[in-house]
Ligand binder design. Structure first.
Ligand SMILES: *Cc1c(COP(=O)(O)O)cnc(C)c1O
Length: 228
């Protein structure tokens, strides 16, 4: 059987969404959780509007993009759909905070004081308050976004003081290693800080993430096929 990432691109949108939803439901059942407590964020980065509209037509409403500029170019025409939710999952520069607050319903990459301050200012000015996830550099990697684990308490305090609606934590574990310990650590950190949202799990590891408590899984390749 070909793997899901290569078949994804050729199956009709409804079948692709159903396949992922049933895998989510299966993982949730194994962990004695409700599938409805897990949000599927369809990561449409690099995909053109023509690849996205079939998913919207199936009734799917929750999408993720990783770059503000790309999202600004693609989404205005798609955004009119009722109930659509757009999540920013990529690193955010402070000078793009204003645009990010205007366009997105949730921001998963809040990770440093300068960005927190810029987001707070933009939210106050626009009167719009997207849900915020604080991103943690869970594998302590040099190149990765996210605050250091040791800085999490201060980062959360600053975000809350600034009035950001912090709903959870987000992380991307290191590549090519078993992700479960990192998911478990993120879940422990969230619980310690009284946060219920856990944005973790991608195409290759979302079932593991769900069994360890993920509330938001960010899935691109398994839904849309490989990115070019
Ligand atoms: C691209 C991306 C995803 C989706 O990755 P897939 O492996 O294609 O499912 C999830 N999270 C982040 C932060 C990403 O940049």
């Amino acid at each position: 059987m070909p793997d899901s990432t290569t078949t994804a691109a050729i199956l009709p949108a409804q079948q692709r969404v159903d396949a992922i939803l049933s895998r989510i439901a299966h993982a949730a059942a194994l962990a004695d959780r409700k599938a409805s407590d897990i949000e599927l964020i369809a990561v449409s980065k690099t995909k053109p509007a023509t690849a996205i509209t079939p998913l919207i037509a199936t009734g799917h409403r929750c999408f993720g993009e990783n770059r503000v500029q790309e999202a600004e170019e693609k989404w205005p025409e798609l955004r009119g759909t009722d109930g659509l939710k757009l999540h920013l999952i990529g690193q955010l520069q402070s000078n793009k905070a204003e645009q990010a607050v205007a366009l997105f319903d949730a921001i998963h990459s809040v990770d440093r004081p300068s960005l927190i301050d810029a987001l707070a200012k933009a939210m106050d000015r626009q009167g719009r308050r997207p849900d915020c996830f604080v991103q943690v550099n869970i594998g302590e990697e040099d190149q990765k976004g996210g605050c250091a684990i040791a800085d999490l308490p201060a980062t959360l305090a600053r975000a809350r003081d600034a009035g950001l609606p912090v709903v959870g934590l987000m992380a991307v574990p290191p590549l090519d290693v078993e992700p479960a310990p990192y998911f478990a650590l993120l879940a422990k950190l969230a619980a310690r800080h009284g946060l219920t949202g856990l944005s973790m799990g991608m195409s290759s590891d979302f079932e593991t993430a769900i069994m360890l408590g993920a509330t938001h899984v960010r899935i691109g390749t398994a839904l849309f096929g490989e990115r070019g």
